[in-house]
Design a protein around this ligand. Structure first.
Ligand code: ADP
Ligand code: 5GP
Length: 187
């Protein structure tokens, strides 16, 4: 069996991490691709579980050595990227890879992998809802919150480039819709 790629994207705060975690509990032959990034580690996060936290120098070295499937400077000064070794590791176990990456990364993966990839865009009901969720998550300072809301406008303009758009208003409904889409794609 050839392993597939399932890519989730959304403006920060729309709920993709929450939905992806639920899918991982329900679909057993699915494994999360841990990205590399250079942003600061948040309380509660673990290196090698949430991200591979790298210094900018280490990240740039890996770019130079062509170790990424894709990478982006998602926020100013913060690099994020998917390591080839990470996807290979998961496919070798006979699982499909699930990604939580920014819209540009998702669109690049779709271009590269075509029918082997399913791209899903998670949408919140409004920018206001995104702002409230980010505030509720208590992970962003004022500057980072403003940057995320500003970027959300650009991200929302990309939704028509995805295979599927799911509105995350009622979380249970959104999870069910995501489950149906992923099961339909891998089975
Ligand atoms: P993302 O990964 O897209 O940045 P998260 O999954 O971290 O977003 O969700 C952002 C915050 O919103 C979290 O605190 C989460 O518990 C909350 N959240 C997720 N889905 C919903 C929903 N449908 N309604 C209200 N709050 C939600
Ligand atoms: P956060 O800092 O909130 O964890 O993530 C910020 C953004 O980076 C999110 O939109 C997330 O999807 C994106 N991201 C995480 N990993 C990757 C990756 O490997 N590649 C790309 N292009 N974006 C990523």
């Amino acid at each position: 069996m050839e392993g597939k790629l399932i890519v989730f994207s959304s403006p920060s705060g729309a709920g993709k991490t929450t939905i992806v975690r639920r899918l991982l509990q329900k679909i057993l032959n699915l494994e999360f691709s841990i990205s590399a990034c250079t942003r600061a580690i948040r309380p509660g996060e673990q290196d090698g579980r949430d991200y591979y936290f790298l210094s900018t120098k280490e990240f740039e070295e890996k770019i130079k050595n062509n170790e990424f499937i894709e990478w982006e400077e998602v926020y100013k000064g913060s690099y994020y990227g998917t390591l080839k070794s990470e996807a290979e590791r998961i496919w070798q176990k006979g699982s499909h890879v699930i990604f939580d990456i920014d819209v540009k990364g998702a669109i690049n993966i779709k271009k590269k992998y075509a029918d082997r990839a399913l791209t899903i865009f998670i949408k919140a009901p409004s920018l206001k809802a995104i702002e409230e969720r980010l505030k509720g998550r208590e992970t962003e300072d004022k500057k980072s919150l403003a940057e995320r809301l500003e970027r959300a406008k650009f991200e929302l303009s990309c939704e028509d480039q995805f295979d599927k758009v799911i509105l995350n208003d009622d979380l249970e409904k959104a999870v069910q819709e995501a489950l149906d889409a992923v099961n339909g794609f891998i089975n």
